[in-house]
Design a protein around this ligand. Structure first.
Ligand code: PLP
Ligand code: COI
Length: 354
């Protein structure tokens, strides 16, 4: 598809890589493409980064018709730039779109516009240790009417942001609170879709946890409040008595690409990994009898984040003396090594931009 390009007349100065947090600085341009039922995707364009005009009755403003993705571009030591498993994000975006009654983007079109836009903005990919260019594709329903039904008009955009660590702790262990009041998702709901509403509804618990000094909450299942699901912006994994376990994908948690990559990586190295139900009772027992050896969250923004403390019903449990565990460190090193091109990518996960 032809992409019209309008270059900014006022390019911004690149930020100092050592001061980057997460998602606060944006690059000079953004990508936009519109969808009209019967016509498909059209008017692909790269324009200067800036505000978007939207009709006050637009579907997204009233009925939350929105999905998003998150992936990163990494600068290798030789100066080239690569993405990590972009096709996985495109496939998940289309699954989210299906759930939220938004239009599909053919995989080859999505990959083409993503690659062209990242190539266009590539000089914004930072090179300092631990930094990357966070890529946020998103789509919203954009009918200019208040009726409640699936949309005939939608907009797809990509914005990019040079980032450092997601948590202020960096690779140091974070403290997580197990949420016992609010729930995030139920099977048949929207938990496995990456839609904005899931995050809006999780902020109340997240804010409560933050006030108590925790980085995020760990969700329990929405029916019995008995089974571990995932953390606010990450999937979760545990090493209990030598076994690596992670909640199975049963419809209410996000099928994380980092999660999938870690499972593939660990299995290729001969580790046994179980995707199964993990009850809070099993976890509490393992915390109490010391068989919970390691816990970590995993996601694009947070990469691999060791969990040093879990709080459940006012009981505080320190894991591995609050230090990063051996498997967690190994996963962080290997995954980031592949992403930044320091470790050979035998899986074919990386996707070169230039
Ligand atoms: N779970 C939630 C709720 C998330 O927001 C994310 C981040 O995208 C993840 C899990 C991890 O997914 P991925 O590894 O694809 O980034
Ligand atoms: C990501 O890891 O890409 C995410 O989307 C997490 C985000 C909600 C901060």
């Amino acid at each position: 598809m032809e992409i019209k390009i309008q270059k900014t007349a006022t390019p911004a100065e690149k930020p100092d890589s050592s001061t980057l947090g997460f998602g606060k600085v944006f690059t000079d341009h953004m990508f936009i493409m519109d969808y009209t039922a019967g016509e498909g995707w059209h008017d692909a364009r790269i324009v200067p980064f800036g505000k978007v005009e939207i009709h006050p009755a637009s579907t997204v403003l009233h009925y939350g018709s929105e999905i998003f993705e998150g992936l990163k571009a990494y600068r290798k030591a030789d100066g080239s730039v690569q993405m990590f498993r972009p096709i996985e994000n495109i496939r998940r975006m289309n699954r989210s779109a299906e759930r939220m009654c938004l239009p599909q983007i053919p995989e080859d079109l999505a990959l083409e516009v993503l690659t062209k836009f990242i190539e266009f903005e590539q000089e914004w990919t930072p090179s300092a240790e631990g930094t990357s260019l966070y890529i946020r594709p998103f789509m919203f329903g954009n009918d200019e009417s208040l009726g409640v039904h699936s949309v005939k008009n939608a907009t797809f955009m990509i914005i990019t942001s040079p980032v450092g660590s997601y948590y202020k702790e960096g690779i140091n262990p974070v403290k997580i609170m197990i949420e016992t009041n609010d729930v995030r998702a139920v099977r048949g709901g929207t938990g496995e879709a990456k839609c904005g509403g899931n995050y809006a509804a999780s902020n109340r618990a997240g804010d409560r946890a933050e006030k108590l000094g925790y980085s995020q909450v760990l969700w329990l299942d929405g029916v019995e409040r008995k089974y571990i699901e995932e953390v606010g912006a990450m999937n979760v994994m545990f090493k209990i008595g030598g076994e690596i376990v992670t909640p199975m994908l049963a419809g209410s948690i996000l099928p994380g690409i980092t999660r999938k990559s870690i499972i593939e990586l660990l299995k290729s190295e001969g580790y046994a990994v179980s995707e199964r139900l993990i009850s809070i009772d099993e976890l509490a027992e393992a915390l109490e009898n010391g068989t919970l050896e390691e816990a970590w969250g995993c996601g694009t923004a947070a990469v691999v984040s060791p969990i040093g403390e879990l709080c459940y019903k006012d009981n505080k449990y320190v894991i591995n003396e609050g230090k990063i565990g051996e498997v967690t460190q190994h996963l962080y090193d290997t995954l980031t090594g592949i992403q930044w091109g320091k470790v050979e990518d035998t899986f074919g996960w990386t996707y070169k931009i230039n």
